[in-house]
Write a protein that binds this ligand. Structure first.
Ligand code: TXA
Ligand code: MG
Length: 328
């Protein structure tokens, strides 16, 4: 199969044709690129799991356009959910709600909840409106690899496996949506992202963070897998261990290998003269650059030596979750 990359404008009719006849395509969103299929079509959804090599017990997010009547898909039992929808949707927030069973059982991994998201990406909205069905989509990478933030990244993983990638430009968010369980009295973050705990508290009054301890029944199966890993070696140091990071860099160089340090801009002087993958000045920039720099790094480096930021508040919570899984 040849894989075409077309702009949203040039490819939307073809995308619609493929999706409505049970095929799968790469689509842009504001967070990362998705691998989309008709969420009501079991055979189409199975193709997603096959192409990605994704474990079948890990459910998918259903994406809908902003005027879609979501009451046809889920039950909403908590009033704060309406406030969250009003405040943050469309946007990088995924709500886990009680499913009405319209989305096929393969997509929800046999569970009774559905993760629902309204992307704010204009091209994605146009596609969702054109098909007017919920499109289920995981990130458009091979399972365990770093998530794609450009059409070229999707192509690198899925060339020959899907017929079409809609190119909607570089993703503005850079890490995946916040997955929020809103079935209970207090919303619970299952996967941290760009809509932060603080932002949710402001609207819903309170917000918990699900802890994933060994032996717990996993509520969001995706979080139990190793994830986001670049193809080269990796190491991770905290911001208090810059000397150790520099020492590892030097010992790698001595072995004849090519190391790169990945860090925020404020450490660029500390590591002056070394190969650097600079992530930016603040949380938004770091989120935007993280996957892009990991994917750039795996091409250039034998080892990416990541140095963290000394923060876990706001968007840093989601960033640290990705950094630990990709480099830790
Ligand atoms: O930003 C995003 O969310 C991207 C774009 C493409 O929309 N999608 C994405 O999908 O990251 P994926 O499949 O890579 O991650 C979905 C996460 C997984 O951790 C999965 O376990 C969780 O959402 N999830 C999906 N359905 C769920 C459900 N019913 N209950 C709990 N967790 C769920
Ligand atoms: Mg993913």
């Amino acid at each position: 199969m040849t894989t075409e990359i077309l702009s949203v404008k040039a490819g939307i009719e073809k995308a619609k044709e493929i999706l409505l006849s049970g095929g799968i395509i790469g689509m842009p969103t504001e967070t990362v690129y998705g691998l989309a299929a008709d969420g009501t079509n079991s055979a189409a959804v199975k193709k997603i799991f096959e192409v990605k090599g994704r474990p079948s017990d890990n459910p998918l997010i259903a994406h809908v356009h902003k005027d879609y009547d979501i009451s046809t898909l889920v039950h909403i039992r908590q009033n704060y959910v309406y406030d969250l929808i009003k405040a943050y949707m469309p946007g990088p927030l995924t709500l886990v709600l009680e499913s009405k069973g319209v989305i096929c059982k393969e997509a929800v991994a046999g569970g009774d909840t559905l993760a629902l998201r309204m992307p704010s990406h204009t091209g994605c909205q146009e596609l969702l409106r054109a098909v007017n069905i919920p499109l289920v989509a995981p990130s458009a990478n091979l399972s365990k690899h770093t998530s794609p933030v450009s059409a070229q990244h999707v192509f690198a993983d899925l060339d020959g496996k899907i017929p079409l990638i809609l190119d909607g430009g570089r993703c503005k968010g850079g890490i995946e949506s916040t997955v929020l369980d809103v079935t209970g009295k207090v919303p619970r973050i299952l996967r941290a992202g760009l809509i932060t705990k603080e932002m949710i508290e402001k609207v819903a009054g309170a917000c918990e963070i699900a802890e994933h301890k060994d032996g717990d029944k996993v509520k969001s199966p995706g979080v139990k897998y190793r994830h986001y890993r670049p193809k080269c070696d990796t190491a991770l140091f905290s911001i208090t261990e810059t000397d150790k990071a520099a020492a590892l860099y030097d010992s790698e160089l001595k072995k004849g290998r090519t190391p790169y340090i990945m860090c925020a801009d404020n450490l660029s002087e500390k590591f002056a003269g070394k190969n650097l993958l600079l992530l930016g000045k603040d949380g938004e920039e770091i989120a935007y650059n993280l996957y892009d720099k990991l994917l750039e790094g795996e091409k250039k480096a034998d080892i990416i030596i990541a140095v963290s930021f000394g923060r876990c508040d706001g968007v840093y919570l989601g960033i640290m979750n990705r950094l630990v899984k990709s480099c830790g």
